[in-house]
Design a binder for this molecule. Structure first.
Ligand code: BES
Ligand code: ZN
Length: 825
């Protein structure tokens, strides 16, 4: 039974116009607690009873929280979090001791705004053991997509508000006073008061009881198991939903805007299958009675794994059979599988502190590949892992700014910025390397043991190494892994062939190599800075020149780069041309070569010669990487050697034409998911390179589409290419193409269509059009969350974009995780 159940009348009226501190001025209760990175632990929360009364029309809320607190040391103080945005009604604060029925009223209330803490100083020492702290508060439903916020939507032509929470990493304190750190796990009883009865209300747990009061309702939710504050969630608005259940009875629902329920079908399918897969893999079932997934129109990141109530931006949850592309489908599966992995890794077992953020983000990223591979084997998702995760991780880790995976976090304000490529992509990549080293079954068992051992509790990186040490009988596990998680950067393996021995230099790393074929795979742990390996025997079997290659880091399992001497590189090129290497190895060699070229370890001419070996490439991932590299080189050459631009463009067009002819503009019967994605990528790249035939064909198909939005001539997979092609023809004196695109943008209600258009507008070579496109991205027609997609500027537009960026009022860019996908500059 909720502690405060049915006592909505106990909302106290504000009596005094409301200062947050009382008038006693003798001492400042906050002095001892300022500037501390973590909350003190002499009082520990066990259970929260939270009553929230939101007013969606007035964009505000009030509430009362009663927290069962374990006082573990003699103290007159209770220190917890409350953000400056939250108004604490000082008169409402009291502490009661259930044993003696004594009430400790009106503590001195101090708050340290910079640290977002509330310091309550009582005149008597609080008794050790359980007590109840009660606090009344008020706040604003903000428009910043964090804390307790308002998202807007259109319903039958009317603009409506919904109320949504986003508490990770440290915004629960904007909604109710709490111990807002991941290690203070507690149970939550949530009550929503006075909500218009036609609205859907959701929280982490199923409804316990609902009371109607005229056209308002009060909804009581069941008590949650112990969880961290950043995972608490509430959603209130109008939605349609579809539902199903797992074989063991977990109810799964997908909520979308009214009228879009069908678009939730794909995510529902993925969720059901994924829950089953994770249950088997982790050897532990999903831990709550229900799972809701909700599409929110205004959403700062891609999605948020709130326990039992996962929230998503619409484009990452909904899929429209007629207008979404293959790439959209893969994104939905990725995000759903990622958030569901968190239900175990993050929600059930939580990182001790944000330093170990990678433990949940790296793992959820990696696990999503396991799930996708199981659900959609035809996606060959592991071949995409290197391109999407490791390649990006290595690129960022090679720059000056990054941090080690385990990163020191001393203040709440530092947490947001570590949700980055290092935590996610380098994190996922070293997990993949570790799994490669210890082997799949050992790795899975270790993970299952880790989850069992730390369920409903917290864990740190060392706890994971401890389990792996035991399960894999690997006493030096932490020594091996520390070099990857505690220092930044990665090694470059420099390989030379000398008298039939391989000479390799670098850190302590698990390496693999093979010579001439994949049966000759050698795996070893390289422990010295420099080693030589005798490979006479391996080489003696080889007579065919196409088999005289040596590939290190087989299947790109290790998180490092490899630099070959000229002779070895030439043999690899020959092997690529003769189709002897696997997809991931072709991709890895290309990616390493580009990185080495950027680091001036390889000449541009050598790189281009190498790229020519990929002329007949048709594999999606390799093409996708090739296109990324083409785009980057084009931008570099445009600045450094403009006189070579034409030659380079023709060279690159030549590299892509074989694939373009192979895929064609129209879907082929029975073709795979990867070919569908490649088609769009190839034509987009050709349009950007100014390939006239592509631009003309795309424009003609687009014109047909303008008259018939369902024409088969503009399949969703090629729309982005067509839009980019349309923008190549737009100039300041002829903006017809831009206007047509904006018309489509305004008419569609599909988020993915809007994003496709927004991502094409600034690809125009005309500077003044780029300027106009950038301003559009910040206009009221674009939700703040999507502005970031409008920054994909053409190489010709970079100068003007930079000037624009310097003068715009620094509007915070949301969804910065997506920046990697947007900015290829
Ligand atoms: N926990 C994050 C969401 C988040 C990110 C909260 C940053 C607060 C700050 C969530 O699990 C996540 O990682 N989402 C990704 C999804 C992706 C990697 C599949 C996102 O939002 O892009
Ligand atoms: Zn995540």
């Amino acid at each position: 039974m909720n502690l405060l159940k049915k006592c909505s009348s106990c909302f106290r009226k504000k009596t005094d116009g409301a200062s947050t501190s009382t008038s006693r001025q003798l001492s400042d209760p906050t002095t001892d607690f300022k500037g501390q990175p973590r909350l003190p632990t002499f009082a520990v929360p066990k259970r929260y009873d939270i009553q929230l009364k939101p007013d969606l029309a007035a964009c505000k809320f009030e509430g009362i929280v009663s927290i069962v607190v374990d006082i573990v040391a003699d103290t007159r103080f209770i220190v917890l979090n409350a953000a400056a945005q939250l108004h604490i009604n000082s008169d409402s604060v009291y502490f009661s001791d259930p044993n003696s029925n004594k009430v400790f009223e009106k503590p001195k209330v101090g708050n340290v705004e910079a640290d977002e803490i509330l310091v309550l100083e009582f005149s008597d020492t609080l008794p050790k053991g359980m007590g109840v702290l009660t606090i009344g508060f008020e706040g604003v439903l903000n428009d910043k997509m964090k804390g307790f916020y308002i998202s807007t939507y259109d319903h039958n032509g009317e603009k409506k508000n919904m109320a949504v929470t986003q508490f990770e990493p440290a915004y629960a304190r904007q909604c109710f006073p709490c111990w807002d750190e991941p290690s203070f796990k507690a149970k939550f009883n949530i009550t929503l008061l006075n909500v218009p009865s036609e609205l859907v209300t959701l929280s982490n747990m199923p409804v316990d009881e609902e009371e109607m009061n005229g056209n308002l309702k009060t909804v009581y939710y069941q008590e949650s198991p112990v969880m961290s504050t950043y995972l608490v969630a509430v959603v209130i608005g109008l939605f349609d939903c579809i539902e199903d259940h797992t074989p063991d009875g977990t109810k799964v629902r997908v909520y979308s805007q009214v009228g879009k329920a069908n678009q939730g079908k794909f995510a529902l399918h993925v969720a059901l299958q994924t829950l089953g897969f994770y249950k088997d893999y982790f050897q532990m079932p999903y831990s709550l009675p229900k799972l809701d997934m909700v599409a929110i129109p205004d959403f700062a990141t891609g999605a948020m794994e709130n326990y039992g109530l996962v929230t998503y931006r619409e484009t990452d949850l909904l899929f429209d059979d007629h207008h979404s592309a293959a790439a959209n489908k893969q994104r939905v599966a990725t995000v759903v599988a990622h958030e569901l992995a968190h239900q175990w890794l993050g929600n059930l077992v939580t990182m001790e502190w944000w330093t170990d953020l990678w433990l949940k983000e790296g793992f959820a990223t990696w696990m999503s590949y396991m799930a996708k591979d199981k659900l959609f084997p035809e996606w060959k998702i592991w071949t995409q892992f290197f391109d999407h995760e490791s390649s990006e991780g290595l690129r960022l880790d090679g720059l000056a700014e990054p941090h080690p995976i385990e990163v020191e976090v001393n203040h709440a304000s530092e947490i947001d910025e570590i949700f980055d490529t290092i935590s996610y992509k380098k994190g996922a990549s070293i997990i993949q390397m570790l799994k490669g080293y210890v082997g799949g079954p050992h790795f899975q068992n270790s993970l299952a043991t880790y989850i069992k051992r730390h369920a409903w509790s917290n864990a740190s990186t060392n706890d994971l190494w401890a389990v792996l040490k035991e399960e894999c009988n690997e006493p030096t596990m932490d020594k091996i892994m520390n070099s990857w998680t505690k220092q930044k950067g990665y090694p470059i393996l420099s390989v030379k062939m000398k008298n039939q021995t391989l000479e390799i230099k670098q850190w302590i790393i698990p390496i693999t190599y093979c010579c001439g074929d994949y049966d000759s795979l050698i795996s070893l742990l390289m422990e010295k800075k420099s080693e030589t390996y005798d490979i006479k025997d391996l080489l003696s079997n080889i007579t065919d020149p196409a088999r005289s290659w040596i590939k290190l880091n087989v299947e790109q399992i290790g998180f490092f780069r490899v630099k070959y001497d000229d002779g070895l590189a030439a043999k690899l090129r020959y092997a690529i041309e003769h189709k002897c290497l696997s997809v991931t190895d072709r991709l890895g060699i290309l990616d390493d070569s580009f990185a080495l070229c950027m680091a001036r370890e390889m000449s541009l001419t050598s790189l281009l010669t190498f790229m020519a070996a990929y002329r007949e490439e048709l594999e999606h991932t390799v093409l996708s990487n090739l296109i990324k590299i083409i785009d980057k080189i084009e931008r570099i050459v445009a600045d450094a050697r403009p006189e070579l631009m034409n030659y380079i463009k023709q060279f690159f067009i030549g590299l892509l034409l074989h694939a373009a002819a192979n895929f064609g503009w129209d879907p082929k019967q029975g073709e795979g998911h990867l070919d569908a994605m490649s088609r769009g990528d190839i034509f987009t790249a050709l349009a950007v390179l100014g390939h006239e035939e592509t631009i003309n064909e795309a424009n003609s198909r687009f014109n047909t589409f303008l008259n018939d939005r369902n024409t088969p001539l503009l399949h969703p997979d090629i729309r982005k290419a067509a839009y980019v092609a349309v923008m190549q023809k737009v100039t300041s004196s002829n903006k017809a193409g831009l206007e047509s695109l904006l018309k489509v943008y305004r008419e569609t209600d599909l988020g993915q269509e809007k994003t496709r258009i927004l991502g094409s507008l600034a690809s125009c070579p005309d500077e003044s059009v780029v300027y106009e496109a950038l301003n559009f991205a910040l206009s009221s027609e674009v939700r703040k969350q999507d502005a970031v997609f409008g920054l994909a500027v053409s190489k010709e537009g970079r100068e003007v974009a930079w000037k624009w960026l310097k003068v715009i009022k620094p509007t915070p860019l949301h969804n910065t995780l997506a920046l990697d996908r947007v900015l290829l500059v």
